[in-house]
Design a protein around this ligand. Structure first.
Ligand code: MG
Length: 349
């Protein structure tokens, strides 16, 4: 089947007046871009990219898709998605297959796999070969701008909803403030819930080692992005200095970045982002590459695409998500997210 049409829809959102914050930035939201493409003018596949910040990003991304990538996708063979992915990487190499360009490739790649799944009437994980039908999930419960009582309330809800693991932001100006927040959450969730900490690239290597020793004494489960994402030497130093696993990858691009980090023993847990990695094609490659290095895979962000990927990965350990809303299609049972069964990347049959 050939791809005959591709439409791009931009949704701009009004920035939140009280945005969530991590140690690096505020995230007021700025909208999303949805790619819808059609095979033989019939079956539609959908791919989404949403933005936590930068007001002009959705329009800039849509322009890359419309003016640069779309001509390569129209007329391509739906059965040759990897060939199309390579063609998009090759075309954009001149100005860099990274940043917004990689997010545009990810949106198209997601829409292509979704379309193929719908044509075959099967979830994508079944096209790729499933390894399991449920994945442990954790709830992100503590942004830096939340006060302790709000964090306690969210922790209570996460436990009630069946989560067996939670994550909080750290990276306050002092270690004492980080310790206070970790102890607050431990007190709220009890001794049996796993607790991960994430500093969003905000520390120096020396400070990350100092705080990492404290977090491992406090029995935190992983230490996420303590230092700038591209500091491969710093990450190698951290993995050797600390017993607590070092998780990173949400700000790395393509399997090549991950291969460098794996080769240099610069991470313990890979955490690729669907948008920055370059779509499901790349996430699968990164997942199996990590498995060959005997490193676990945890998602950055949740959703049906990451769940379809993780259903295929023997080394998948955690899906990231937030609290479940009243209409959330995600089901969490005994701490595990149930893998969707609908065609493509849709939730249910
Ligand atoms: Mg993170």
């Amino acid at each position: 089947m050939k791809i005959t049409r591709l439409e791009t829809v931009v949704r701009r959102s009004k920035p939140a007046t009280n945005p969530i914050r991590d140690a690096l930035q505020a995230l007021p939201g700025s909208g999303s871009v949805t790619v819808t493409l059609h095979a033989d003018d019939e079956i539609a596949g959908i791919g989404d990219v949403s933005f936590g910040r930068i007001a002009g990003a959705p329009d800039a991304l849509a322009a890359i898709i419309e003016h640069e990538l779309k001509p390569l996708v129209i007329g391509s063979d739906l059965g040759m998605i990897r060939q199309t992915h390579l063609a998009l990487l090759r075309e954009t190499e001149y100005h860099g297959s990274s940043g917004l360009t990689m997010m545009a490739i990810a949106a198209i790649d997601t829409a292509l796999w979704d379309c193929l799944g719908k044509v075959r009437k099967a979830p994508c994980w079944q096209l790729w070969g499933g390894a399991r039908d449920r994945i442990p999930a954790y709830a992100m419960v503590g942004w830096l701008n939340y006060d302790d009582s709000e964090v306690r309330r969210i922790c209570d809800k996460a436990v009630q909803q069946g989560f067996r693991a939670v994550k909080i932001k750290v990276g306050y100006p002092t270690l004492a403030e980080d310790i206070r927040r970790v102890k607050t959450v431990r007190d709220a969730v009890g001794p049996d819930i796993r607790l991960m900490v994430d500093a969003n690239q905000s520390l120096t290597t020396a400070e990350a080692i100092r705080r990492g020793r404290t977090f491992q004494d406090l029995a935190c489960y992983w230490w996420e992005e303590p230092i700038p994402a591209d500091d491969i030497d710093g990450y190698a130093e951290l993995t050797h200095a600390l017993d607590i696993p070092i998780a990173t990858g949400e700000n790395l691009y393509t399997r090549t970045d991950f291969a460098r980090f794996l080769k240099h023993d610069a991470l313990d847990i890979v955490q690729p982002d669907l948008r920055r990695a370059g779509g499901p094609t790349a996430l699968l490659e990164i997942g199996f590459l990590a498995d060959a290095f005997r490193r676990p895979y945890a998602s950055h962000g949740g959703g049906p695409v990451q769940l379809n990927i993780m259903a295929c990965l023997p080394n998948a350990i955690y899906l990231e998500t937030g609290l479940l809303g009243p209409n959330s299609p995600l089901k969490v049972i005994d701490g595990c997210a149930i893998v969707p069964t609908g065609p493509g990347f849709s939730w249910d049959q």
